[in-house]
Write a protein that binds this ligand. Structure first.
Ligand code: G6P
Length: 547
């Protein structure tokens, strides 16, 4: 069963949305608030310890009604069923998309091609649990009998970003193990990392779904060679484990079969941190915390699968992206967490969202004639306020922004936390209301500034406001609440790809560069340079020192 292939722009609800957009496109959200005292309450959803206030968006009741009408017209309910039931919605790779099965409850049944995969999932989870406990507890030892002090995750893309983001995010819950990440094929990355390590006390986790990724295999080989300068071939089994679907290649690399943590082709790389790809997470914070993160995700899954669309957080937020992307012409979205722990969150979501929905061919195989995936970016607040917020406040581009913050600070420093959160609230308020010419003049006059002095400055100090934000306010950053938040964004990806009539779960766009790189590596390593455009030939000559 494949997802339906309607061009969304040909639907009746899209036409109505277009008309509605023309009516409200110039209305200031300030005015919507004036007209409706209950607006904040009405446009706030509550789920899994989070409040989602989307009232500061450029929407009315009609906008939401029409967006939901669009979802219904396109058959979203059936699509969600297909997603959770393991239909091959990743059609170009003929695969199911079941990261949700990785966090399903033990008694759930999720069938992939007629086989219930939940028992296998729990078998691997059991293995992760046992292994993590032994490493953390010092029971498993290195080749000289010492307990492990360091763990290195060797992987790239989905085999790096998810675990790296979560290990950073859950730092507060960490144990004594130092966890490092090596991803880039840049030798300086791997050499800087190993320079700090003691081979006797370091565990290496090679993570690659395919086990053919050039970066990961190169880094793993370099590290193994470095290790073999200290330990023996036999010792490799004590220090290297692998996470992969490609058991043959793992074996060829010399990893002992008992050191392999399997994953499945129905888990996309960018959705894989819930699988054994998250082994480094479980090592860093312990299996119970890993499990709690999965539980948080499962709560979001249940919410998404069972909640009526008007109260369904991923549905509403996913459709808002469509609203801005396709009607307002917004090209990007910023994600700004007001917690330093989430400093890798937008980098992680860049892969999740842009690799999924950066597609220009529809599900029927034809080029689309409307906009699809948004550009995702962001850094933690308050740092970003002192860097790029100027453009969000006064630039010419519309940038819908998610503000993510928590009520309780983990270290209990309320002085800092109150300052942080004052900024969090102040920014969304400023982006909503802006500052009018009259307000600017009144401020000058209150300070006694002369008219001829302030007049030339007034326009520069005006803020139009009407810049949309969504506030995601959680109780506390914990493994569970983090799992919940990540799963929210995963489901938003599904909603958007579904509406845009594209395949969100393949990534053919990363192949061409890989192919060309392997040819160019041949050029670099040989005397001659094969055929390329002039610019590339010139650059290769400079690089090879023959020009
Ligand atoms: O886990 P691997 O097979 O090594 O893949 C690592 C990454 O590389 C690919 O190029 C894909 O674009 C990513 O989706 C994937 O996460």
């Amino acid at each position: 069963m494949a997802l339906q292939t309607t061009n969304p722009t040909t639907t009746e609800s899209w036409r109505k949305l277009q008309e509605h957009f023309e009516e409200i496109k110039n209305v200031h959200v300030k005015d919507f608030f004036k007209q409706d005292e209950g607006r904040a309450e009405k446009f706030t959803l509550k789920q899994g310890g989070y409040y989602y206030d989307y009232s500061k968006n450029r929407i009315t009741d009609t906008t939401i009604e029409l967006l939901l009408e669009l979802a219904n017209e396109l058959g979203l309910s059936e699509a969600i069923e297909q997603y959770f039931e393991g239909a091959h919605i990743n059609k170009t790779e003929d695969r199911a998309v079941l990261h949700t099965a990785l966090r399903a409850s033990e008694d759930a049944e999720v069938y992939v091609d007629g086989v219930n995969v939940v028992p296998e999932v729990y078998e691997v989870r059991g293995k992760i649990k046992e292994f993590s406990a032994k490493v953390i507890g010092g029971e498993l030892k290195g080749y000289t009998g010492k307990a492990f002090t360091d763990v290195v995750n060797i992987g790239i893309g989905g085999s790096d970003l998810g675990p790296a983001m979560v290990v950073e995010a859950l730092q507060y819950y960490k144990n004594q193990l130092n966890v490092h990440f090596v991803s880039n094929v840049d030798g300086d990355h791997v050499h800087e990392t190993i320079a700090k390590l003691d081979p006797e006390t370091t565990l290496f986790v090679i993570v690659s779904k395919t086990f053919t990724t050039q970066e990961t295999i190169s880094n793993a080989t370099t590290i193994k060679n470095w290790f073999l300068k200290h330990g023996t071939q036999e010792d490799v089994a004590k220090h290297f484990v692998a996470v992969s679907t490609n058991l043959e290649q793992v074996d060829a690399f010399g990893i002992a079969p008992e050191n392999v943590f399997p994953m499945w082709d129905w888990v996309g790389g960018r959705f894989s941190l819930w699988s054994a790809v998250g082994l480094s997470i479980s090592l860093a914070v312990g299996y119970d915390n890993f499990d709690a993160m999965l539980e948080g995700a499962m709560e979001m899954d249940t919410h998404f699968e069972t909640t009526p669309f008007e109260d369904n957080v991923p549905v509403i937020l996913g459709l808002l992206t469509v609203w801005y992307n396709n009607f307002f012409g917004a090209e990007s979205e910023a994600i700004i967490p007001y917690t330093q722990y989430l400093s890798r969150f937008s980098a992680y979501l860049q892969q999740g969202i842009m690799e999924s929905n950066g597609k220009g061919v529809d599900r029927a195989g034809n080029p689309v004639d409307y906009q699809t995936g948004t550009i995702i970016w962001g850094e933690p607040g308050t740092n970003s306020q002192h860097a790029f917020f100027q453009l969000i406040h006064q630039g010419t581009k519309l940038i819908p922004t998610d503000f993510i913050g928590y009520i309780t600070p983990l270290h209990g420093d309320t002085d800092h936390h109150n300052k942080l959160m004052a900024n969090f609230f102040a920014q969304t308020e400023a982006l909503l209301n802006g500052k009018t010419k009259e307000q600017v003049i009144a401020e000058f006059e209150a300070k006694g500034v002369a008219k001829e002095t302030y007049e030339p400055l007034v326009n520069f100090k005006v803020f139009t406001g009407n810049r949309p934000t969504t506030t995601i306010l959680g109780k506390k950053l914990s493994p569970k609440s983090l799992g919940n938040l990540i799963a929210l964004y995963e489901h938003r990806i599904f909603i958007q790809g579904f509406v845009w009539n594209i395949f969100s779960y393949d990534q053919w766009g990363v192949e061409l560069g890989k192919q060309l790189a392997s040819g160019i590596l041949g050029d670099i390593n040989s005397e001659d340079i094969s055929e390329h455009d002039n610019s590339t030939v010139n650059l290769l000559k400079i690089f090879k020192g023959v020009k």
